[in-house]
Design a protein around this ligand. Sequence first.
Ligand code: NI
Length: 254
Amino acid sequence: MGKKRWKLGQKTALLMAVLMLEGSCLGAAAGMLRFGGRENGGWENRRGDYSARHQMAVYDAAAKANAESPGKVVALTFDDGPHETYTALLLDGLKERGVKATFFLMGQSIEGKEELVRRMQQEGHLIGNHSYQHIQLTKAGEGTVCEAVERTEEIIEGITGERPRYLRPPYGDWNENLECQLDMTTVFWSIDSLDWKLKNTEKIVENVEKKVRDGDIILMHDIFSTSVEAALELVDRLEKKGYQFVTVEELIIE
Ligand code: NI
């Protein structure tokens, strides 16, 4: 089955679909746009002034509805890994199901797990950058941010031969001042699985299943066994409902 690619008509598309929660992601309140596209106030789309380098395309329900493609797509994204045990299990499960996902790796977690990173690449997953440590980037200062992101870029490039082009800031904490420093596309999420809080496979699955819509980017963490079990269960359940799983790059056209 051919994978869907959404034509958003932007040379460089920056997806900033943010589910606001827990007081995170509030770094860039200025210029915030709110769309009423989802019930229950789930969606927030932030727009900063990214000047010439980045243009932003807001990925919304209307764009999806107009796309000439059958079926529905979602992107599973995993932050904070790799984890020696759980990432390996996840990769096994995804491979078994022929599903591609996106991994935002934390630089400091990579050492000793280079083989897992190589596997991600070989098995067709998209590898992104989640900074070096889990710090709030808007509080760290530009120099520190660039260093933390760059360090992770180099570590990943050293393993895969490719520099990640997508960045997910820890906590979704970001603002346009940071954007000026880095030529990367910042990717947030539209559904927080709350796996980090629930730590219960069935509850995580239910939480995502009741919210999921075509085009969603689902935030999970491949550092907990319950998250990995839930992710694989979600693949099985959502595939039965007609969803295909794609990487975030396949949701964003450059
Ligand atoms: Ni994180």
